[in-house]
Design a protein around this ligand. Structure first.
Ligand code: IPE
Ligand code: IPE
Ligand code: MG
Length: 240
């Protein structure tokens, strides 16, 4: 079905619909997040097997702090549980874990375990698995702009030297950070057709695939369907 020679280099996913999945089953919201971790595990495996070079998942946005403290902490706990349980398997599969976002603002227990996962896998050469955690597209642009302003102030950069690259390299995906190319394909589950502050700068020319499937129900076959749809798009990048 899908063309093995045209696998997107970078797939970015907005894993949405955990709450609705739980609600449908009369379960607490966190049960949906827990089920979502299970879906994520399968999608990581499948992506790696397909030869995807970068998989980026939106795990927690800078706006998700607006949710109840119980839910927020529950999400972090589930994430840590996932990392603890799966770290060795990720490592064996040569997966390199990177974080996009201000994860240091998370509770200490989460920061420690996340850093452990990043360090443990840092020399791996297989798929790079980027977790967008306390990530916001606007937030990272603000951070980049502040950094540029500081450099202009101290004279190490001139305004006329500022290019797209000057901004790109200062984003979480930039050369000095996680070093991730722009996403080729952005998938959002659960029927919502918005970007919700995800990879705003980086998705300038990404292909978008939206599906009604709720994230915990999203299977490797759904991933293949999204890739198939991507492979049948014509990317023009503004050219003719
Ligand atoms: C997405 O699921 C996961 C996070 C935002 C952490 P939601 O919790 O947003 O699920 P819905 O949108 O309420 O169904
Ligand atoms: C986007 O989903 C963030 C993550 C999946 C982590 P949200 O559920 O937070 O987005 P909105 O509120 O529907 O835009
Ligand atoms: Mg949602």
């Amino acid at each position: 079905m899908i063309d093995q020679n045209k696998i997107p280099c970078h797939i970015a996913i907005v894993m949405d619909g955990n709450g609705r999945w739980a609600k449908k089953r009369n379960l607490p919201h966190l049960a949906g997040h827990n089920a979502g971790m299970g879906a994520m595990k399968e999608i990581i495996k499948k992506s790696s097997a397909l030869g995807v070079e970068h998989l980026t998942v939106y795990a927690f946005s800078t706006e998700n702090w607006k949710r109840a403290a119980d839910e927020v902490n529950g999400i972090f706990k589930l994430l840590v549980l996932y990392v603890d349980k799966e770290l060795e398997e990720l490592h064996e599969n040569n997966v390199k874990v990177k974080i996009l976002g201000d994860y240091r603002a998370l509770p200490k227990f989460a920061v420690e375990r996340i850093e452990k996962a990043v360090q443990r896998t840092q020399d791996n050469t297989g798929m790079q698995f980027n977790i967008a955690l306390n990530y916001g597209g606007r937030d990272e642009v603000v951070r980049a702009v502040k950094d540029i302003c500081e450099q202009i102030k101290d004279g190490s950069l001139l305004p006329e030297q500022v290019t797209e690259e000057t901004i790109s390299e200062r984003l979480y995906t930039g050369k000095n950070f996680a070093n991730v190319p722009d996403p080729d394909l952005v998938i959002r589950t659960s029927g919502e057709m918005r970007i919700s502050n995800y990879l705003l700068w980086q998705s300038a020319y990404s292909e978008f695939v939206f599906t009604d499937v709720l994230w915990p129900d999203f299977t490797p076959l759904d991933l293949e369907k999204a890739i198939f749809e991507y492979q049948n798009r014509e990317r023009r990048f503004g050219g003719r």
